[in-house]
Design a protein around this ligand. Sequence first.
Ligand code: GAP
Length: 512
Amino acid sequence: MANNNDDQFKKVISHAKEYGYIFASSEIYDGLSAVYDYAQNGVELKKNIREYWWRSMVYLNQNIVGIDAAILMHPTTWKASGHVDAFNDPLIDNKDSKKRYRADVLIEDYAEKLEQKAQKEIDKAKARFGDAFDEQQFVTTHPRVVRYREHQREILARLARSLEAEDLADVKSLIEELEISDPDTGSKNWTEVRQFNLMFGTKLGASADSATSLYLRPETAQGIFVNFLNVQKTGRMKIPFGIAQTGKAFRNEIVARQFIFRMREFEQMEMQFFVRPGEELTWYEHWKEARLKWHLSLGMGEENYRFHDHEKLAHYANAAADIEFKFPFGFKELEGIHSRTDFDLKAHEKFSGKKLQFFDPEMNENYVPYVVETSIGLDRMFLAVLSTALQEEELENGSTRTVLKIPSILAPVKAAVLPLVKKDGLPEIAQAIIDDLQWDFNVAYDEKDAVGRRYRRQDAAGTPFCITVDHQTKDDNTVTIRFRDSMEQRRIAISEISETIGESISFKKWLS
Ligand code: GAP
């Protein structure tokens, strides 16, 4: 099973390169660890995901507006936010392999394996008992499943307690007690666990003496907090209201692996929702549900998502959950929903000496609002889409086809226009169709190779529609439209193409 998943993940990575989605950064110099470039198709997919998020957040909520704050911020921001003191990961080195790991991730991976074992027992029983299977009863009574899950809970609870108490010696003890070994070499020869700050430092100013030390922002959220009052006043916003932002964030990740899952330079899509104190947990539940709905709207399989409620809360939160997605390497965090209390605004008040309060006319009172945040990694969402979309299908004639079933609303190229042959005036008609469609859609022209091969090429690139111009087109102005997912082919009038594509990628259809 693990091997199949590894293979699938390798296929996703090589497919991403072969079809112009993602390249290693500065590849001609052998790349830069955990930094990636988005290629011609990747940049479109990324842009489309960003827009899908932005429309649902900003356009579909009359009380949410967007901003675009700078990456560089006043250095006191990070003192106030707690990042200078507390944005650390516990790391551990293996003395034999010289490899460095996140101690908490080693333990979480161990716990996840217990869950996989429990799941295996459940799947086996399901297959054995068929319709008569009572899963609820099975998971509460089957001794092995109960044991695996209890053990998993104990481990995660102890990890949470030790991290909360900054008891790094106990984290090390846990690794030793569970006999966790270096995933690469099997060695159990570990160093102590140490804290490591994840922020990238840089300098502002020309001369070494007068330069100010800055950080590249590790999250976009602080750009929203420091602008809270500016937006509230100029937008005449009333609580509850939200501010949304997308943009780059930087973290000097210790263990930066798994392709674009954990990068050092990545993009976040965050929204801070400002609410009355005491109402934050109701809004927290609201946003948990709303964000899951957004994910499900893309049709990537309900079974691929689950909530994970945090046991260990970040220094600013009074409730937090992740939406986890089933990546090829297992369920992992895709998005976080955090009830951040009034921690950030209060801290910025204290460090800046400026009031960051809202006068609530209904309550006739000034207060520092509470905040519920939704925070999703754009690159992680990209990986979720790409890894789910990549499929190999057995066809009726015994051949296989590689197809990238990206939801059409997100697909980089919406349609490819293909003249059946490179003569008889067909390329000119195809070009005229492109000239018309390109005002509304990103479309491509392809005339090389037999049409069957071109279909396969577009399937693998993720293009939802192929429009083929043939000799009949000259007689009756119709074309063949071929649908990527079903491979169905239909004859339609040239004048209907735009409407057919438009309907398929309507935001209203997908988001409502
Ligand atoms: N403002 C809250 C915040 O930044 P987070 O859980 O640290 O919370 C939010 O990050 C999201 O950003 C994560 O759910 C993940 O999708 C994405 N993310 C975090 N670190 C990342 C990394 N190194 N590479 C790619 N995405 C990352």
